[in-house]
Design a protein around this ligand. Structure first.
Ligand code: 8GP
Length: 837
């Protein structure tokens, strides 16, 4: 293709660092200019935060060449682009990732030395991460954006620029305390606001019918209120490529910042009311993982960002002179769970009402453009909107949904004549009890593909969640097993391991993770295995020092680091882990702990603020930690740590330093998991159930390198059917009885025998997540872990094989599958020559 004439302000050539501004001196000069002109600071008095800002602006400047070249290439030679719609993007810190992908970490460090800073890390520590997501789903979206860019696929991630992200977590007296996340307070250098590309979004009001100039009946929406969405763009650079994609986050603004009429009649508060109202739209992320809440405002948020995004996509066609009929040729729209599912109705509305298209054409375009990813089977997480709420906020969308549904039910009647039950079951409108709109049905009917996020999960989507839909449209249903980016989760998070890998197998694993297989050749090399173990140990020392600084607990890096970090949820079963820790504690107390590996058991994760049982589990972990850590008998044998405020940045320290990865959810409950992949890549062994992607991890690393336990999905279902009685399992386990008795006596709560009662009642009563049923087998598997730890060379070998065989879980592979099987998109070539100026 032709080199692009970009008229760039600086000359750029990827292979000529000086001319591309990528050498240390240029970075230093860039920082100096930004300190002076952008930040108004002089170098000698600049704080670390000032230097972080200056370096970030200098790096952002160096992204612009590729960012604008990508935009320009898409304008000059239009091709299909991915629109990834997600209410959450948990992108984590940006500076180091951009340095890595540009290939200038060392240059940045050298530049910093001229400001008296010894290591890049000191500046990276200052960075505040945008917590624009709850957990797995939001982090997945971020990994996917990075892989899209690295694979040179043109893409925009569309989401919301929440002013306050996921809360910061403090631990007070063992309890979680939530603090507002003011991530923007120090300024955030990575975004480019684009107010001239604002979009209008309506809410409420009514619809009316009219006859258009061709004599056809049409409906139109007269909203009662409006908001404006202002795009804030974050460049997403791929690894050592010329493609820089874009994350476009919408911030809500008021249409009329001031009501002059109200002001003139003396109503000052009334004058700013609408402004305040519209701005609350993008104020805060709902801190729920797995349940939806906040109702009205949350539905407004969803419609707000989806409408802005679809308008933006249509406008991009208009701007390039492309016909709207070609929408599916230029855009593929991926719904990250049902949060953006209103897109099905909104795209229909934009095409029919604004572009005056007829129904069939509009439906053809919509259903050829949209695909839907399901991330959960938990019934409480399946979004349903009360019909009254829905019709009061989105009356025109409800009309369109009724028509989509009418046509769909007609199709069902032809396929299953006389079967009213199936119509009731599949209808978009839930008529049992108070009426509601089922978003998963809307998404499934509107999408050309529906996928789950791990092989087992995708099967369960077909057999348990949407079986009738899967029978109706078998070709729609598919699987794409999740993946995580090796850039952030290995190259950047684990520089020690990366150096070792680069020395022995070369650097190409970073962009082609299957190349880690080459490590297998070293599996019997004693010297290498020792090196492998020492590398892990040096990373564990760093985490040990973090733990000491942040919790005051001294831990021994030579002990087995046994780690469970993820959102706190009963189905993830942190309490199963804690009960096992109590058993270990009792064995040590009773002198029966021969052969038990000395362990540091580490927990981290946030609980939804309204989820009482999850918050009690945090209190429970901290209760046990307090008792165990204060007991001199435990010295050198057992430590328990709860790491407060688990987030992406902390995850980057934890995964590389772990020996054992706890993936112990009740079979059938964890859709995939992605932490499980990050641990395994970094050489941790997994103790886990046959749930989510654990199944595939075990197949790939080999059963002998994985500690399996627990009931399968079928066994859990059998237990449910036969009337599960946790008491029977408790009675068969004297050690478990003793553990429960100690908790009940208040041994871990300073004598308070009431504190953990709700938890005990739950476990001994109906135990909804089968903790008691899996306990004995979990204990057995933990003993196998202890035994394996005694032969360190063998352990290191298993660890090496976990790294060597988990290249499959690179998000590059996942994105490759989406491109090939669902999106039908290919890479974009961007030429940047040395000559343009
Ligand atoms: C998570 C699933 O629980 C996890 O198994 C999976 O790996 C991940 O999605 C990515 O596919 N689900 C969520 O994070 C989730 O449902 N979050 C809701 C708050 C939106």
């Amino acid at each position: 293709s032709q080199p692009l004439d970009l008229r760039l302000p600086t000359p750029g050539c990827y292979n000529d660092p000086e001319r591309a501004g990528l050498d240390a001196k240029s970075v230093f000069d860039g920082m100096t200019e930004h300190l002076f002109f952008t930040l108004g600071k002089l170098a000698p008095t600049a704080s670390r935060h000032d230097l972080y800002m200056a370096l970030s602006y200098a790096v952002r400047d160096r992204l612009m060449m590729r960012y604008l070249a990508t935009t320009e290439a898409m304008r000059a030679h239009p091709q299909k682009s991915v629109a990834y719609l997600s209410a959450e993007f948990l992108i984590g810190p940006q500076l180091n990732n951009n340095l890595l992908n540009l290939g200038i970490q060392q240059e940045a460090e050298a530049a910093l030395r001229n400001f008296g800073i010894e290591s890049l890390q000191q500046i990276l520590d200052v960075e505040e991460e945008p917590g624009l997501g709850n957990g797995g789903l939001g982090r997945l979206a971020a990994c996917y954006m990075e892989s899209l860019a690295s694979l040179k696929i043109p893409a925009t991630g569309y989401g919301i620029r929440y002013e306050f992200g996921i809360f910061d977590q403090l631990i007070r007296d063992g309890w979680q305390v939530e603090i507002t996340d003011k991530w923007l307070k120090g300024g955030w250098p990575w975004e480019l606001p684009q107010p001239d590309e604002a979009c209008f979004v309506g809410f409420g009001g009514r619809t009316e019918s009219y006859i258009d100039d061709k004599g056809s009946y049409r409906s139109r929406w007269i909203p009662a209120e409006h908001a404006i969405g202002i795009p804030h763009d974050v460049p997403v650079l791929g690894y050592r490529v010329n493609i820089c994609d874009r994350l476009r986050l919408w911030r809500a603004d008021a249409t009329e910042s001031f009501d002059f009429y109200a002001f003139n009649i003396g109503d000052y508060y009334g004058a700013v009311e609408e402004k305040v109202g519209s701005e609350t739209l993008s104020k805060v992320l709902y801190p729920n993982d797995g349940t939806d809440e906040g109702r009205r405002l949350r539905l407004k948020q969803q419609h707000f960002f989806v409408s802005c995004s679809l308008q933006d996509m249509l406008r991009s066609l208009d701007n390039r002179g492309l016909p709207v009929e070609d929408f599916p040729k230029y855009w593929t729209v991926q719904l990250n769970d049902t949060h953006p599912a209103i897109a099905v109705a909104e795209l229909m509305r934009l095409l029919i009402d604004d572009r005056h298209m007829d129904w069939d054409k509009a439906w053809d375009i919509t259903s050829r453009s949209v695909a839907y990813t399901n991330h959960t089977l938990l019934p409480e997480a399946l979004e349903k909107w009360d019909l009254n709420l829905f019709s009061s906020l989105l009356p025109r969308h409800l009309e369109l949904i009724y028509e989509i549904n009418r046509r769909f039910l007609q199709q069902l009647r032809l396929r299953y004549p006389g079967n009213d039950a199936i119509q009731r079951k599949l209808s978009i409108i839930d008529e049992d009890g108070s009426k509601a709109v089922r978003m998963a049905h809307l998404a499934t009917i509107g999408a050309h593909h529906v996928n789950g996020v791990a092989a087992l999960h995708s099967d369960l989507v077909k057999t348990d969640l949407l079986p009738e839909f899967a029978e109706l449209w078998p070709e729609k249903f598919t699987n794409v097993t999740n993946g995580v980016t090796p850039r952030r989760w290995v190259a950047l998070a684990n520089p020690e391991l990366s150096t070792l890998l680069n020395e022995h197998i070369g650097e190409d694993w970073i962009s082609n993770m299957e190349n880690l297989r080459k490590l297998e050749e070293r599996q019997n090399d004693q010297g290498f295995l020792e090196h492998w173990g020492n590398t892990k140990l040096s990373v564990k020392r760093k985490l040990a020092s973090y733990i000491h600084r942040n919790t005051g607990v001294l831990v021994d890096p030579s002990t087995l680091f046994d780690v469970q970090v993820k959102r706190i949820h009963e189905y993830k079963r942190q309490h199963l882990n804690v009960l096992q820790v109590i058993t270990q504690y009792l064995r040590i107390k009773n002198g029966q702990a021969d052969g038990m590996a000395p362990r540091t058991v580490i927990f981290g994760g946030k609980a939804a603020p309204g989820y009482y049982m999850a918050k009690l589990i945090i209190r429970f972990i901290n209760g046990i930690a307090e008792t165990v850590n204060a007991d001199p008998d435990m010295d050198g044998r057992l430590r328990v740590v709860f790491l407060p405020d688990y987030n992406v940045k902390l995850g980057e320290q934890v995964y590389p330093a772990s020996d054992l990865s706890e993936q112990i959810s009740t079979a059938g409950k964890e859709a995939s998991g992605t932490g499980n992949m990050k641990f395994a890549m970094n050489g941790a062994l997994t103790i886990g159930t046959l749930d989510g992607a654990n199944v595939e991890i075990r197949e790939l690393v080999g059963a002998e390198n994985f500690f399996l336990f627990g009931k399968t999905v079928e066994e859990i279902n059998d237990l449910k059917r036969s009337g599960y009685n946790p008491g029977a399992f408790i009675n068969a386990m004297p050690e478990l009885q003793e553990a429960l008795r100690l908790i009940e006596m208040g041994h871990f709560s300073n004598g308070d025998s009431e504190l953990f009662r709700p938890l005990l009642d739950n476990l001994t009563g109906h135990d909804p997540f089968f903790v008691m049923a899996d306990f004995a087998d979990y204990l057995r598997a933990q003993e196998a872990v202890s035994l394996a730890w005694t032969d360190r060379m063998h352990w290191n070998r298993m660890s090496l094989l976990n790294t060597a065989r988990t290249g499959f879980f690179s998000s590059d592979r996942s994105i490759g599958e989406y491109c090939e099987n669902i999106w039908n998109v290919g890479p974009l070539n961007v030429d940047i020559t040395c000559d343009v100026r």
